[in-house]
Design a protein around this ligand. Structure first.
Ligand code: PNW
Length: 465
């Protein structure tokens, strides 16, 4: 048996836009994902966030499922456009009522609520005024965070501000693969800065309002060279690691932006239009604000990233300035997303973040895999997912054994859901969702995970098929 520490937090994660549906209910205004999904070609199959898993109406059933699986914690996100429609400063009580009922249902089952305040559903009206490229959005986020804390703070102990600012900034404003679909390196860096500023302002405001534990969820990359003996490949690792990890972690941990990243960003305009050159979005006290004290770092992890130097390579659009770097596809086994399966990369990431952030507890806030389900006699067979989870839990345990202060593990995802630009075709759930009927069926992996949670341990031998 591979035992986990007592009080290890076991759970699962979801996000609002991916599961709730009911996008017009109770005063919610459109988010950038409603707008983006309506653009022809933006999302596979023309899918949108409606009806998703209809979780807005079926949350009781979903909480009961979590209880059946013995989960101890549930990470969900709060939809900003439900709480502050159109991004205005007026709070919509009906929107808060939903999360109030959800938190009550979780508490009634002894499941710890772990809300994330921003999982990519920016009110469209704020995007129309510049979105994350402008400072006003960061300031409004802090106000929204306080409104949620005022209502749920009596039952929620741990808050996380943003989910994966890397994705919001680089996929949303750099490569255009995610909402709002902009393709502008300058806008990507301005967006990243205002996202981090939003985190810092919200952390300060939540703390002032009495919040006890405040965290941020990042998706650090395990960047590996194709040829570890090549100095040029190692230079490529250094740049991609900088653009993915250091540019976020260093300021968040109170050390400010790394010099090489400031220099890199200053090669692009500010993203604010003509007349705004350089880093004119960076104000004197911003780095101090971004480095507000942190009680938890959430780590989302799926797959390692390989890079090689190759003159003339176009680079990867999410990484501004990565021309001359090749991002080869994985050579080993992959999931349905085409992402490589290599659990050792999770150990590496946890050890690295643990060393970078001494004294700050870590939690795996997302880890999981998309696989096509095989449904045999009503049973959902997903041995691939069990193997993935088992391998990554062993890798998390290896990090614990190496001294990393890892407090918990949340599987992505509780339910099959709206997988962003991939629509409903990619299934990450422990629980299968039949979108035609909204029927939920626990997959083999859900039963397997429930038994791991109940035992607080993995069996000594990896599972067979
Ligand atoms: C994360 N990438 O997204 C998100 O937090 C989840 O909402 C999402 O469903 C899950 O991972 C699976 O995709 C990512 O392209 C999306 O590197 C894309 C990337 C990384 C994370």
């Amino acid at each position: 048996m591979i035992r986990f520490p007592d009080n290890f937090v076991w759970g699962a994660a979801t996000s609002a836009y991916q599961i709730e549906g009911a996008t017009g209910a109770d005063g919610r205004s459109p988010s950038i994902w409603d707008t983006f999904a309506a653009m022809p070609g933006a999302v596979a199959g023309g899918h949108t966030g409606d009806p998703a898993c209809d979780h807005y109406r079926r949350y009781r059933e979903d909480v009961a499922l979590m209880a059946d699986l013995d989960l101890r914690a549930y990470r969900f996100s709060v939809a900003w456009p439900r709480i502050r429609p159109a991004g205005a400063d007026r709070t919509n009580a009906a929107g808060l009522d939903f999360y109030d009922r959800l938190v009550d249902a979780l508490c009634a089952h002894g499941i710890e609520p772990l809300p994330t305040l921003y999982h990519w559903d920016l009110p469209q009206e704020l995007e129309d005024r510049g979105g994350w490229t402008v400072r006003d959005t960061a300031e409004r986020f802090a106000g929204y965070a306080v409104a949620v804390h005022d209502r749920l703070g009596d039952r929620v102990r741990t808050w996380t501000t943003l989910n994966e600012p890397w994705c919001s900034a680089y996929l949303g404003y750099g490569s255009g693969l995610h909402a709002p679909g902009r393709r502008d390196p300058a806008a990507a860096f301005a967006a990243l800065h205002h996202l981090l500023l939003a985190h810092g302002l919200a952390a300060q405001a939540l703390r002032a309002g009495g919040a006890r534990s405040i965290g941020l969820v990042v998706n650090p990359a395990a960047v590996r060279p194709v040829d570890p003996a090549s100095a040029a490949d190692l230079d490529a690792v250094r740049l991609v690691d900088g653009l993915h990890n250091r540019i976020i972690l260093e300021p968040v941990l109170g050390r400010g932006y790394p010099d090489d990243m400031l220099e890199h960003m200053s090669r692009y305009g500010s993203g604010l239009g003509a007349g705004h050159g350089g880093l004119d979005w960076l104000e004197a006290t911003d780095e101090k604000t971004i480095g507000a004290p942190l009680d938890l770092l959430g780590v989302n992890f799926y797959a390692p990233t390989y890079v090689a130097a190759r003159p003339g390579a176009p680079g990867a659009p999410p990484y501004p300035g990565s021309e001359g770097i090749d991002f080869p596809p994985p050579t080993g086994p992959v999931t349905d997303m085409g992402w490589g399966i290599d659990p050792s990369a999770l150990t590496d990431v946890l050890r690295r973040i643990g060393a970078d952030a001494p004294g700050i507890p870590l939690m795996v806030t997302e880890n999981g895999a998309a696989f096509p389900d095989r449904i045999v006699d009503g049973r959902v067979r997903d041995a691939g997912r069990i193997g993935y989870l088992d391998g990554h839990l062993r890798a998390a345990h290896a990090a614990l054994a190496a001294g990393v202060d890892l407090r918990g593990y949340l599987a992505w995802s509780l339910l099959d859901n709206f997988e962003w630009a991939e629509g409903y075709g990619k299934r990450f759930g422990l629980v299968h969702v039949d979108y035609a009927t909204q029927r939920r069926t626990c997959k083999d992996s859900a039963h397997w995970y429930g038994s791991v949670v109940a035992a607080n341990a993995l069996p000594g031998d990896p599972p067979g098929d």
